[in-house]
Every structure is written in structure tokens, then in C-alpha cells.
Design a protein around this ligand. Structure first.
Ligand code: ATP
Length: 231
């Protein structure tokens, strides 16, 4: 479904990605792990068309999307939950969700399906997004991305700033979204969380993929080495 080959990304003179190969199949949850600055966000932003790639290929559903602008990528069925949620602060929960539909496609995900997934958002629909707890705001960010009816959902650090219990609740929703036919790529700093949630793990270090595999096939030592560069 998503096939990335030899992806290179730069911020000016600074090279952030050095030839990344990556695959996500339909119906998979793939987790990207790695330390701060490893290039995980840069990778997601490159897929989403939020930064131009400087080499390599990004194919989604057999189409080359590497040169498309972000709004075109959304229309092809790729949607992003950005780091820090980036909600529209002055808008209500419902308005934030509807904003997601505006850029996207028609399909299964509508207000009612998002409310079925996150019932608390139905209760809070008329509240400004800023009145919500961090976890509820994360739900709005996920719901807003779903409203564009993606085939692939890119999630950047869903657990940022949230308590472990809330993180658990958020992660419990991912398989439900996957079971509706949406593949998910999630950036996660917490290795245990990633191992539990994902069908496949990619470890990034210094802009390169240092390890990939199914959680059951990856030993802790190999993950630590790939994550921290330790032997
Ligand atoms: P984090 O968990 O901190 O978000 P990350 O693995 O997602 O880490 P990136 O945010 O992709 O890492 O950053 C990769 C590298 O690119 C880092 O060295 C970072 O300093 C650099 N970088 C990121 N954004 C910019 C930018 N706008 N301008 C210059 N350098 C940047």
C-alpha cells in the first residue's frame, strides 16, 4: 500500500533522512520508534507532502505521490495527526472535526462514526477545543484526520504529554480504526507501547532505519542497539 524507497530529506544543508526504505501493507499498524531527532517526524511529513523530498520514491496505492502537495496527498487517502495535535483553538470540537472533512473525500467516516469511536466527543461537541483535556484533544485530532476518509493514517507522537492511562485509552482505539480498513503508521517514543500496538516496528536512528521486523521477532537487545546505538 505504501512503498518508500531511498527517501532523502533535508532542512537546508542539514540532511535529516539518508535513504529510507519503508513498507506498510493494508490493514497494518506500523510503529516508528527512535530517539529525539532520529527523523521520525520528518519521515511522516515527507509522506504527507508537508516537506519536499530530495531524493527517492514514495508510492501509495501504486501511484507516485512523492511530488504532490499536502492537499493532493489527503485526496489520495493519506491523512496526518500532527505532533502537538494542532487543533483550531477558537473552533468547537464539532467544527474541528468538520474541518477535517473539508479537505478530504466522502466515505465511511462522518461525525457519527467519529462520535461512535469517541463517545465523549459527542458530549463535548459544542465546547471549544481548548476546553478539553489533553487526551480528549488528541481524540479530536484523530477524529479530524479520519473525517477526510483516509486509507492511511499517519500519527505523530499520540502519547505526547498524556498520562499512561490516557495513552492506553488512545492506543486501544487504533485496532478499531485498523479494523475499519485504515492502515496506521504511528510514531512512538515508548518502546513497550510500540511493541504492544504494532504489527511491524521500524527503528530510526540518525536519519536511517536501523531495524525493522514484527515485534515477536525482535529482541530487546537488538531494539536497544537500533534505538540508542548501543551494543
Ligand atoms: P522528535 O521526537 O524530537 O520529533 P524525530 O525523530 O521526529 O524527533 P525529526 O523531528 O524528524 O526527528 O528531526 C530530525 C532532525 O531534523 C533533527 O536533527 C532535527 O533537529 C532536524 N530538524 C527538524 N525540523 C527541522 C527544521 N524545521 N529545521 C532544521 N532542522 C530540523
Amino acid at each position: 500500500m505504501l512503498r518508500v524507497r531511498n527517501l532523502v530529506a533535508r532542512y537546508g544543508d542539514f540532511q535529516a533522512l539518508f535513504g529510507v526504505d519503508f513498507d506498510a501493507a493494508k490493514g497494518q499498524i506500523v510503529a516508528l520508534i527512535g530517539a529525539n531527532g532520529a527523523g521520525k517526524s520528518t519521515f511522516l511529513r515527507s509522506i504527507a507532502g508537508l516537506m519536499p523530498s530530495k531524493g527517492g520514491e514514495i508510492r501509495f496505492q501504486n501511484e507516485d505521490i512523492g511530488a504532490l502537495a499536502a492537499d493532493e496527498v489527503v485526496r489520495r487517502g493519506v491523512s496526518m495527526v500532527p505532533e502537538g495535535r494542532r487543533l483550531f483553538r477558537s473552533l468547537t470540537v464539532e467544527e474541528n472535526l468538520r474541518a477535517g472533512a473539508f479537505a478530504g473525500r466522502a466515505g465511511r467516516w462522518r461525525l457519527e462514526t467519529v462520535f461512535a469511536l469517541f463517545p465523549v466527543l459527542r458530549e463535548r461537541r459544542a465546547n471549544p477545543a481548548t476546553a478539553l483535556s489533553g487526551g480528549q484533544q488528541q481524540m479530536v485530532a484523530i477524529g479530524r484526520a479520519l473525517m477526510s476518509n483516509p486509507d492511511l493514517l499517519l500519527c505523530d507522537e499520540l502519547s505526547l504529554g498524556l498520562s499512561p492511562a490516557v495513552v492506553k485509552d488512545i492506543y486501544a482505539v487504533l485496532p478499531k480504526i485498523r479494523d475499519e480498513g485504515v492502515s496506521i503508521v504511528v510514531v512512538e517514543q515508548d518502546i513497550d507501547m510500540a511493541l504492544k500496538a504494532a504489527d511491524e516496528i521500524y527503528c530510526f536512528m540518525h536519519g536511517r532505519v536501523t531495524l525493522r521486523g514484527a515485534p515477536r521477532d525482535l529482541g530487546r537487545e537488538a531494539i536497544s542497539a537500533a534505538y540508542f546505538g548501543l551494543e
